[in-house]
Every structure is written in structure tokens, then in C-alpha cells.
Design a protein around this ligand. Structure first.
Ligand SMILES: *Cc1c(COP(=O)(O)O)cnc(C)c1O
Length: 389
């Protein structure tokens, strides 16, 4: 079946029985526990909602199929998903990670699991060959994110997975697929072993939930993840799973509109005299367009740009929009604008930001699905307000 069909029906087929009424919308099962007739039996397959819940199962089945995986675990946040993946490791193990990944993930690597004796080496994944120097005999996980935040750098997932597996085929390749969602990118088809998501972003899609997910194909890997997921207790609420499942139904139409608007905005920005550089892999001028076209079916809805001005001008600009809300996060129907250095990336050390070329003059936009012309007019008036000379 096609993506849109699976998004609407996978795990969600109405069941007509004495206790199930043919609900077309999957019900929200709030029960924390499940009764049984005999002590050792689990007739409905559920015992306690940390371990599993019917609403969660429907959503997990649907998201697994959209990512071309077999299994999915829904978590209470994107960072909870990262934590569960890290819980596969033990003292002495090593992670090799793209240096340009979500700051909260770096915080788990460098400030939480480092204290448990797990080390992380960083490399520039836009130069796949450099991974060879970063991998050592203790490396168990390769961590990638593409495109990155906020500069939308793209790495060749397939090539990196091939190099890593050639060195040691037991190495697990993990891709954070938050920015493109399974609609535009399917890392498991590119050789990744696990996909993680912050479903807070495009999967949920309406800025009204915090959630995460892990998707994989291998049954043994899934069993290990599932054991740890339940043992740590990072289950989401049934209501959040229901919201995320509802989000999946419109993921395809939303992503198409996000992208259509993002491309218009990127082109508008590229032609504006007060813009020094635009970061969007869908632009012909973008250095990552070629690798992006090879591995994705789209470029997503986040556009960043360098304003021709000072840090103060950049801040004034993000404070000057009328439609775009000044807020962190991304992936919702609403257009959001922010200044990474003072907002989303403020927890990342300045030296690290400079190394990644995330400078004071950079502005990030999560392009919403409003009328594109309204969004462009809003940016135009913000440029006028800061009145750069
Ligand atoms: C937001 C985000 C996360 C963290 O997810 P939460 O749901 O906020 O815990 C991880 N990775 C990426 C790429 C993100 O954008």
C-alpha cells in the first residue's frame, strides 16, 4: 500500500465485536491495568499500561510501517527515545556521532552516559571517510542526524553505514529522522538499524504533544529495546499516543505543504538584499542538494538564513514578525521563527557553535502551512522594521 493509505489504516482497522464497536478512530484506552480470568493468562495481550496499551500498539504499528520497519516503541519524548537507545550500551562502550546533532542528544552523551563510562567521539559526517578515524574497537553505535539543525547540513547515510559495517558489521547505525519524517526519508532503507524521532515535531505536527519513538527491523534488537523501555519507564500517555497517531494520518499532506511553502520562502530570502546566505537543501545553490536528492524524496519545512546585520539585528528581526510566532521547536502547522544562538541552541557551548558555524546572525524558521504569500509578507515587513542600512 502507499504511504498515505498505510498512514490512515495500518494498525487502525475497525474491529466489530461485542466489546469493540467498529470505531473508525482508534479509541484512547486510559486503563492502567487489565483484568484477567486466570492468574497466568493474558487473554487480551495487555497487563499494565507501562508495558503496553492498545492505543499505543495501534500507533506503533502504523509508525513502524511508515518507516519501513517492523517494530516501533513509543516514548514519552524524543530524548527518552535517545536514552533507551543508549541503554543498550555498557561501561567501556563507545558511540561515534556526527558532531552536528541535536543539543539535547549531545547533553545525554557528554553529561549523563559519560558518567557511566560510555564515551562519544564526534566526526564530520558530511565527510563520510572521516568516520574511519573516529571508530575504535569499542564502538557500538554510529549516531547520525540529517538534515542538521539549524544549518540543514546533509550527510550520506548509506555511505556512512557501509563504511561502518565494513569495519565492524555489529556496529548499529542510528538516524534521528525528526527533521524529514518518514514521508521524506526512510533511513532503514539506507542501511540504518534504528530510527529515532522526536514525534513532538512533524509526526505529531500540531505543537500539542511531547513524544518520541524508536523504529527497527530486527526482532532481537527490538526485544532488547522493549525490555529497557519498560524497565526504565519512558512510556507516553495514551492521549499523546492518540494525538501522534492522528498526526500520522495527515503527515503526507502536511509535509507536502510545509515543503511547498519552505521552497517559496527560501527563494524569497535568497533574492533579498539583506540576506547573506540561505540554508535549505531544496535550493539549486545548496551544496547538499545532490546527496539530498539521492537519499530523500523531499527537503522538509525548516529554512535558516544569515541576515546581513548584527546579532541585535537578528534578534530584532525575530521579534518583529506578526504571523510567525517567536518560539523554539518546529514541525507544527504554525510558522515559528527563532534565534538559535539565544534560544534553541543556548545550551550548546559557544566554541562548539562557532565550530559548527552557527553564528549570531543566523535565524531559523519552521515554515508552517499557512498561506505562503502571507508568510512572505510577514518576513518583508520584518525586514522593513529592522531597517538595515
Ligand atoms: C526536538 C528534537 C529532539 C528532542 O526531542 P524532545 O521531544 O524535545 O525530547 C531530538 N532530536 C531532534 C532532531 C529534535 O529536533
Amino acid at each position: 500500500m502507499g504511504f498515505e493509505t498505510d498512514a490512515i489504516w495500518k494498525g487502525q482497522k475497525p474491529v466489530i465485536s461485542k466489546t469493540s464497536f467498529g470505531d473508525v478512530a482508534v479509541p484512547i484506552h486510559l486503563s492502567s491495568t487489565y483484568a484477567r480470568k486466570k492468574a497466568a493468562d493474558l487473554p487480551g495481550g495487555y497487563e499494565y499500561s507501562r508495558c503496553g496499551n492498545p492505543t499505543r500498539s495501534a500507533y506503533e504499528e502504523c509508525l513502524a510501517s511508515l518507516e519501513h520497519g517492523k517494530f516501533c516503541l513509543s516514548t514519552s519524548s524524543g530524548l527518552a527515545a535517545v536514552t533507551v537507545v543508549c541503554s543498550l550500551l555498557k561501561k567501556g562502550d563507545n558511540i561515534v556521532s556526527f558532531e552536528d546533532i541535536y543539543g539535547g542528544t549531545i547533553r545525554i552523551f557528554d553529561e549523563i552516559i559519560n558518567r557511566w563510562g560510555i564515551t562519544t567521539n564526534y566526526f564530520d559526517a558530511t565527510k563520510p571517510e572521516t568516520i574511519k578515524q573516529a571508530i575504535n574497537e569499542n564502538t557500538k553505535i554510529i549516531w547520525l542526524e540529517s538534515p542538521t539543525n539549524p544549518l540543514l547540513r546533509v550527510c550520506d547515510i548509506k555511505k556512512i553505514a557501509e563504511i561502518a559495517k565494513e569495519i565492524n558489521k555489529k556496529i548499529l547505525v542510528v538516524v534521528d529522522n525528526t527533521f524529514l519524517s518518514p514521508y521524506f526519508q526512510k533511513p532503514l532503507d539506507l542501511g540504518a538499524d534504528m530510527v529515532v524521532h522526536s514525534t513532538t515535531k512533524y509526526v505529531g505536527g500540531h505543537s500539542d504533544l511531547i513524544g518520541g519513538a524508536i523504529i527497527c527491523k530486527d526482532a532481537n534488537l527490538y526485544e532488547r529495546l522493549r525490555f529497557n523501555h519498560n524497565a526504565i519507564g519512558v512510556n507516553p500517555s495514551p492521549f499523546n499516543d492518540w494525538l501522534a497517531l492522528r498526526g500520522l494520518k495527515t503527515l503526507a499532506v502536511r509535509m507536502n505543504k510545509h515543503q511547498e511553502n519552505a521552497l517559496k520562502i527560501a527563494k524569497f530570502l535568497e533574492s533579498h538584499p539583506k540576506v547573506k546566505e540561505v540554508f535549505y537543501p531544496g535550493l539549486d545553490s545548496n551544496p547538499y542538494k545532490e546527496v539530498s536528492d539521492k537519499q530523500t524524496t523531499g527537503y522538509g519545512g525548516v529554512v535558516s538564513f544569515k541576515i546581513d546585520g548584527t546579532k541585535e539585528d537578528a534578534i530584532k528581526f525575530v521579534e518583529s514578525t506578526n504571523i510567525f510566532a517567536l518560539a523554539e521547536s518546529l514541525g507544527g502547522t504554525e510558522g515559528l521563527i527563532e534565534h538559535p544562538v539565544t534560544m534553541s541552541h543556548s545550551s550548546v557551548p559557544v566554541e562548539q557553535l562557532h565550530k559548527l558555524r552557527v553564528t549570531d546572525d543566523i535565524i531559523r524558521i519552521s515554515v508552517g502551512i499557512e498561506t505562503a504569500e502571507d508568510l512572505i509578507e510577514d518576513l518583508k515587513q520584518a525586514f522593513q522594521k529592522i531597517d538595515l542600512n
